[in-house]
Design a protein around this ligand. Sequence first.
Ligand SMILES: Nc1nc2c(ncn2[C@@H]2O[C@H](COP(=O)(O)OP(=O)(O)O)[C@@H](O)[C@H]2O)c(=O)[nH]1
Ligand SMILES: [Mg+2]
Length: 294
Amino acid sequence: MEQLLGTCPAHTAMELAGAFSEPWREIPWRDKDRELQYVKNYKPYRDDIQHLRVLLYGPVGAGKSSFISSVDSVLQGRITTRALVEANSGPCPSRTYKTYKIQKGQPGDFYPFVFNDTLGLQMGEDSGVHPEDIKLAMKGHMRDGYRFNPGSKLSSNDSQYYNAEPTVNDKVQVLVYVVPADTAAQQEEDHVKKIKDIRRTACDLGIPQLAVITNIDSACTEIHKDLKNVYKSKYLKKTMEEFSDSVGIPMNCIFPVKNYQEKNVVNDDADSLILSVLRRIIDFGEEFINDMET
Ligand SMILES: Nc1nc2c(ncn2[C@@H]2O[C@H](COP(=O)(O)OP(=O)(O)O)[C@@H](O)[C@H]2O)c(=O)[nH]1
Ligand SMILES: [Mg+2]
């Protein structure tokens, strides 16, 4: 971690040093319980919607699985590492498409939003997720258990994993790009091209999109000192602006988080940041399904 603290090759030390005296974005730190209640009370307006489906994509190691686990932790009120454990165990299951549900109360009772994780979005013909697979997943054609293959996309002839007639509950309602703070501002050109290609399809489908910036705690000394400095950090603001410019996701759709790790205990500040993304995911998804024709 030492080499990451407060460093960022794209900026000079002068530019990065320090914090603004006032935050440039307000966050209701004191209203965590209200935000939590909002999420707990959420129920899709439409009766035919069982859940909002949220698709995560981004570089390998970006914190996608950690983000799902962090949402789980906030809602359970204790650290859970289920998504991470599942992603890292068994015969390569992190290469498979999987829907993560979050338990609410009794077994069998789940929150009305689910997450799908994808294989990392790295470059090269023989690594990373095939961009067409992300598009097929968005359209609801991909069934759980499909094994990502960087060299080829899911075929419509694959009777086991290709869902020819997806319902609204199979389709994706919110697309989330996950990226760590230390590399968000300097992504390779090929990578940006891939993101833009995926984003274009999402735009055509009308799917709302947002980005989650992870690892803010290890990338910025001010934030490492106190998570409440998140919107005072000059480094993070600049990182977010450069990231926004390169991929075209507007600033108000980019959310920094500190994901929980196994050794952490839940705390209100980390919860507040995660809840602010979750709330936006719910609002975007709800808006999208209510605007749909059918
Ligand atoms: N310090 C810190 N570490 C993180 C954060 N998010 C993820 N990590 C760590 O980064 C590594 C990769 O995370 P993971 O969720 O497996 O990434 P994935 O490949 O996108 O699913 C793990 O060791 C996580 O503990 C964060 O916000 N802060
Ligand atoms: Mg993962």
